[in-house]
Ligand binder design. Sequence first.
Ligand SMILES: Cc1cc2nc3c(=O)[nH]c(=O)nc-3n(C[C@H](O)[C@H](O)[C@H](O)COP(=O)(O)O)c2cc1C
Length: 386
Amino acid sequence: MTIDIFWRIPTHGEPSSHRARQPFRGDWFPGNDNLSKAGLGGGGKDGFTYIDYLAEIAHAAEISGFQGGLIPSFPMTDEPWVISSVLARETRTFRFMIPFQPGFLNPVTAARMTASLQRATGGRALYNIITGGGGPQQLWWGDTVGHDDRYTRTTEFLDIVRGVWNGGPFSYDGKFYHVEDAGLVDPLSKEDFPEIYFSGSSDAALVSASKHADYYLTWLEPFDDLREKFRRVKEKTDALGRKIKCAVRVDIVARPTEEEAWEEVRRGFDSIDPAIIRQFLASSDGSESVGARRQRANRPTTLNSYKDLIVEPNVWSGFSLLRGGQTQGIVGSYQQVAGRLDELVQLGADAFILASTPHLEEAYRVGEEVLPLVRGHSAPALRKVG
Ligand SMILES: Cc1cc2nc3c(=O)[nH]c(=O)nc-3n(C[C@H](O)[C@H](O)[C@H](O)COP(=O)(O)O)c2cc1C
C-alpha cells in the first residue's frame, strides 16, 4: 500500500515561526506597503515577490519527497487556479491540489480549465472539492444556496465535469445546471481526469463524496472519531459499488526530541494575544460547517497553559491559535509524529496533507526527517510535461 503525502502552500503569507505573528512572508502583512523587509519580505528593491516565496516552498516540497501541495482557498488567500498555473512552470513533479467551490464556476468552463492545466503540467492537477461552510462566509462569495442544496449542486457539477471530459456529446438537466451536447475537444479530451479530494463532514457531504470522490478528506480529529468517520464513508461508497480512500489534513510540529517539539508549542502559545485566546474560547464563527463544529468539540472552557489543549498523546488542539485554520495537530519527535501518522494509516488513512510553520524550512525538515519514517510513503513520479 502506498501513502501519498502532500504539503501545503501558504497563499496568505506566513510568519517566520510559530512565535512570530506578522505574516510578512508572502507579502500578506497588512500595511506592508513599504515592503520594508528585503528578500523574503516580498518585493522591495530586489524584485523578489510573494510568488517567488511560494515557488521556493513548492521546490522545497518536491525536492524533499512530497507529492505536491494543497493551495488553500479562503477569502484571505490568493486564488488557487492562478497560483497553480504560475507555479506549474517552476516545478517538475509538484502536484497542485486546487480547492474550489463548484457553485462558483460553470462546470464546462471548469472542465476546460482543468484539462488545459493537465495538458500544460503533465497531469499534475487535483481537485479539493469544497462546498462551503455557509453563514457569513458563504455570503462573502454571494452564495445564498442552503447547506444541503449546495451539496446537490456539487454533485451535479461533478456529474457534468465527468460527462463532458472525454468529449461528449453530453446533455444534462439538473436542479442547478442544464447542458446540451457539450464535450471537450481533442486534444483536451485526452487528458487524465483529475483525482478528486473531497471535504465536508455532514451527511449531505458524504452522499456527494461517495458518488464522486477518490479521496475523502478530513481535518485531524480524535483518533477514535476518525476511525468511525472513515468507516462510515467507506461503507456508503461500497454500497454504490465504488471504492474511496481517505486523507487527513494535519498540522505538525516535529523536532529531534519530544521536549523540543513541546517547547516550540509552548513558546508559540505564550506569545498569543489574550484577546485571541478569549475569541477562541467563545465558540462559534457563525458557519454551518459540521466539520468546523467537530473541530471545536474538544475545546476547554478555561485556558491557562498550552497543556490544557493536549487532547491525547502527541495531539494538540491549539493550532488555530498559532496560525488560524484547523485546530488539531500532531506534536512530537520525528519518530512520534511518523508513528502517529502510521496509526492513522491503520485506522484507514491513505494520504496526508501536512503543514508546519514556516512552510519553507519545515518542508525540508519534515521531508527529510519524518517522511522516510512513514511506512508506505510513495515517492513523487516525474510526469511528462506538455
Ligand atoms: C482538509 C480540509 C480543507 C478544507 N479547505 C477549504 C478551503 O480551502 N476553503 C474553504 O472554503 N473550505 C475548505 N474546507 C471546508 C469544507 O470543504 C466544507 O466546505 C466545510 O467543512 C462545510 O461542510 P460540512 O458542513 O459538510 O462540514 C476544508 C475542509 C477540510 C476538511
